[in-house]
Design a protein. Structure first.
Length: 248
């Protein structure tokens, strides 16, 4: 009788479906489309739901510093990831360089690619150059470095319209509020009202990498780590590749 009862209890436990889990992913704004698609695929396969929070990497890192309940952080900046690592806020054993990207100059509407290296200050005319925050948000930091490399930052700096994140900078161009902007190639690919007219040389700025890591607060919860592992799979990387991201 006891053995029979034990078998019934064990069978009931094994037959109980796994409880789906929600977990919070703080991710760079430039990942909005691709990560959103990837998260839907993952939820369909596992039932676990990634609650996605998108913003500039600097803003997200500061929220994590302030105690925001992030389980996974995907940054567009190695500097911000290093900052959190130095404060013991990420699980270093889970850290990985997940994706890569490139930096482009976009124009409002339909525009043909420019030949050679453009004189961006001359291109602007009376207009402004849309960029993410040049001293805080990774896309802006990369953009400032690229313009400095080309010897154009001093001329362009007074004409820069700074936005909170790279998607906000792209929106300024898409709506025509700024004739040109500097964004990631993947952002440009997602916007029909903006055209890539120039790609900045890779040597003009630090490599654009997206480091990812489970936060220390979530180190004992396996769901975020499992999602990060899946993001490195061929299936997930194919989704990112369709959106223009590269594999480091």
């Amino acid at each position: 009788m006891i053995r029979h009862l034990s078998a019934l209890i064990l069978g009931a436990v094994l037959a109980t479906p796994a409880v789906a889990t929600d977990f919070n992913v703080f991710a760079a704004a430039s990942l909005s489309d691709a990560l959103g698609e990837a998260a839907q695929v993952y939820q369909g396969a596992t039932g676990d739901r990634a609650v996605l929070v998108f913003a500039g990497s600097s803003a997200l890192a500061r929220q994590i510093q302030a105690g925001a309940p992030a389980d996974l952080f995907i940054s567009a900046s190695t500097d911000w990831m290093e900052t959190l690592a130095g404060e013991g806020l990420i699980d270093g054993a889970t850290r990985v360089d997940l994706l890569g990207n490139s930096l482009v100059l976009v124009a409002h509407g339909a525009a043909a690619p420019l030949e050679g290296t453009p004189d961006i200050a001359a291109l602007l005319g009376e207009g402004r150059l849309a960029m993410a925050l040049v001293d805080a948000v990774p896309a802006g930091v990369y953009g400032k470095a690229a313009l400095s490399f080309l010897g154009q930052w001093a001329a362009v700096e007074p004409r820069v319209a700074q936005a909170d994140n790279v998607r906000a900078a792209l929106a300024l161009v898409a709506t025509g509020e700024a004739p040109y902007g500097i964004v990631y190639a993947t952002d440009a690919a997602a916007e029909a009202e903006a055209s890539v007219v120039y790609t900045f040389p890779a040597e003009s700025h630090a490599p654009i990498l997206y480091p990812a890591a489970v936060t220390s607060a979530a180190a004992e919860a396996p769901t975020a780590a499992a999602f990060l592992d899946w993001l490195q799979s061929d299936e997930a990387q194919a989704i990112f590749a369709r959106h223009g991201f590269t594999t480091p």
